[in-house]
Design a protein around this ligand. Sequence first.
Ligand code: C5P
Length: 305
Amino acid sequence: MTITIRAAAKINLHLAVGAARADGFHPLQTVYQAISLYDDLDLDHVTTGEVTLTCAGADHVALAELPAGPDNLAVRAVESIRAAHGGGGTSMRLHKNIPIAGGMAGGSADAAAALLGFDRLHGLDLSDEELLRLAAELGSDIPFALIGGTALGTGRGEIVEPLTDPGAWAWVVVPPATGGLSTPQVYRHFDRLHPDAPADPAAPDDLIAALGTGDPAELARHLRNDLQDAAVDLRPELGVLLRTGEEAGALRGLVSGSGPSCVFLCADADAARAVAAELGARYDLALVAHGPVAGAHRVTAPQDV
Ligand code: C5P
């Protein structure tokens, strides 16, 4: 019996960052959106009691950068849910499409898929609240990877609340061509660039109002990423990429989270295909995506197993 869980990449439409807290994390006011770039995780019972993981990936995924063994977030997720609630040996096969260390929460998607898949495989039947609690312990972006859609994130990003998002937003994603960026490194650089960051980051009221209009030009005006200047300072070529995408017709280019993936909001799906064609001719890869999409969910029907 194999269970397959699909989990989406996230981008941040609004990422306001405050001064580091005593625990080292930064307080956030963020609006997440899940977009149509997915990792799939297959889970099976194994009688040995072990937890194992094998990985495969699309050509643009730098699998060599993926932490293997116990450091992989999917393995850590299974170890944590198993320690708290039982369940047996599990083998996992991960099929990656989300860039690694790309600022799109690919590792968090895999952890969310592992929590949900382990729960379903072993019939634990945990509540959504318990899955979200385990997710928050494992990483700031993992609760959002469970719920998907478009959501407000506060705290260090782990407190999530779904938002109404009637839009069908067209995005182009340019994954990193020269390796990922470390999230802690980008936050440390943010601290150097913004020693006067406020204790309370700015709320996304204008962005949420723009979502409600369904108008991409209006949304483009309100996109915000406080980590962008830190990421561009560490990787100056990102500034060129953002300008190139806007010159190619995107309404707005934005570094995704801590980068270095960049995303481009376009007027509609046709415009996104045109921008992707132009960026794809100059960069290794430009992917068309849309959002919002669902959070981690099962893609094998029960009668298949
Ligand atoms: O929560 P997560 O494990 O994904 O965070 C990875 C790293 O990113 C943290 O160790 C921290 O350096 C940084 N971070 C932060 N503030 C946040 C989220 C992450 O400083 N709100």
